[in-house]
Design a binder for this molecule. Structure first.
Ligand code: DGY
Length: 424
């Protein structure tokens, strides 16, 4: 069925952004601010490319997985070419990989995106997914082996969550000593308004975690056992649960035995209730160094829909949080003191998270909520363009412009509002 595109002109702009951010086999999130390949950005970019260039979509994922470490980890940044405009660059991470990479990972959305891309043309995609599948499996096994010790997924750096400075991590960040990281010059605040970015205190601590990883040669067991930061992340837990389902579904089609992957998904689902915080009446992050909940609720809790582990109480919380803002789902609770509607992950609405949440809502039969989310996201993009994130209270565009994943989300999800009138 053909769908009705809201604006062919915006479709053209979105395609132009993807092509403009294409550096040959991989896409930068946006020129200047993020000059390398980022893991989950890239998976969304691939989904975007699949609307007009399937071959290029698969290439994006292949390039991402070409930087996979021997232990299965897929790094959060791949430094394909030197670029002095970004800090911390490869010399700070010191991972000694070729190509140079960071030393942490990022939300494993690749299997879910690969499945969506495969659905566009299962025949054309069969060879591509057949080659990628064992690599994605190895990555999911890495999460299971190194990060699921408590039953759900733990992260060792807030950047790993993809939701860098969201209030979920404040409690774990408080335990990190950032006082000895030495002098450095940030580059991000030269590209965008510093009031929309994390503060210096946070950056000092981010760097302390990088320095710990580097000092132990990026030894995962050591980082998990003794690193400065270890927190359970509801966001990655739900994303990985869903990604395991998608990996298993593709594996079945390819004729693989997927019982091990089904077991991983079942174990994550069985452990999900331990993230339920009765105080916040939502799924919450927990600091594994102290055993304490963050006592926060934000968009990650609602990715429970993606994993099919939502509860009636969570549904009730969703309306309250959503209705407190105007545009899309806020990354953090508008009623909390920590809410900052324009500062990165401390409140803004992110088209990419709205899209993930909508996939979950739709799967659970909550079509009206999914459609509301799509409509509000589309309004933001129509009014302001393809920014990285937006103030959910008044729609002010924030962060980087001409952003790859916002363009991708427009082409795949936000930019169509139902069946074509009188169309095919
Ligand atoms: C940044 O540089 O802000 C990135 O989010 C880290 O991955």
């Amino acid at each position: 069925m053909t769908t009705h595109r809201i604006s062919p002109a915006l479709d053209d702009q979105a395609r132009a952004i993807l092509k403009g951010n294409d550096r040959g086999g991989y896409t930068v999130p946006t020129d200047g601010l993020y000059p390398y390949q980022w893991n989950w950005d890239s998976a969304f970019a691939a989904w975007g490319f699949s609307t007009f260039d399937l071959d290029r979509a698969w290439t994006e994922l292949e390039t991402l997985f070409s930087a996979q470490w021997d232990d299965g980890m897929v790094p959060h940044i791949i430094f394909h070419k030197p670029d002095p405009g970004y800090f911390p660059g490869p010399e700070v991470w010191g991972t000694n990989k070729t190509p140079a990479t960071s030393g942490i990972s990022q939300p494993p959305v690749a299997a879910t995106m690969a499945r969506l891309i495969l659905e566009v043309d299962p025949v054309a995609g069969r060879e591509r997914i057949a080659a990628l599948w064992p690599r994605i499996l190895a990555w999911h096994r890495w999460w299971r082996d190194y990060r699921c010790g408590s039953g759900v997924v733990a992260i060792t750096h807030p950047w790993e969550s993809g939701r860098d400075n969201c209030p979920d991590w404040d409690i774990g960040m408080a335990g990190v000593d950032g006082s000895n990281v030495g002098e450095y010059t940030r580059r991000d605040t030269g590209h965008v308004d510093p009031s929309m970015r994390p503060g210096k205190d946070e950056y000092d601590r981010y760097l302390a975690m990088v320095q710990f990883g580097r000092a132990c040669g990026w030894d995962q067991r050591e980082i998990v056992a003794n690193g400065p930061f270890l927190m359970e992340d509801p966001g990655i837990t739900f994303i990985l649960t869903r990604a395991n389902d998608d990996l298993a579904a593709m594996g079945r089609e390819l004729g693989h035995d997927v019982s091990e992957i089904e077991g991983w998904a079942a174990d994550l689902r069985a452990a999900a209730p331990k993230l339920w915080n009765p105080e916040t009446r939502g799924f919450d992050a927990r600091d594994l160094r102290t055993g304490r909940f963050a006592d926060r609720i934000g968009s990650a809790a609602f990715l429970a829909y993606l994993a099919g582990v939502e509860t009636p109480e969570l549904a009730a919380r969703m309306d309250g949080i959503w209705n407190a803002v105007r545009y899309g789902f806020p990354s953090a609770d508008p009623a909390a003191e920590s809410f900052e509607p324009r500062r990165y992950w401390r409140g803004p609405s992110w088209p990419v998270v709205n899209a993930l949440m909508a996939i979950g809502l739709k799967d659970r039969g909550l079509d009206d909520a999914a459609e509301r989310l799509r409509r509000e996201t589309a309004e933001l993009i129509e009014a302001h363009g393809f920014f990285e994130y937006f103030d959910p209270t008044d729609g002010t565009p924030c962060g980087g412009d001409a952003f790859t994943w916002t363009a991708a989300i427009w082409l795949t999800w936000a930019g169509a509002d139902g069946p074509a009138k009188g169309g095919a």
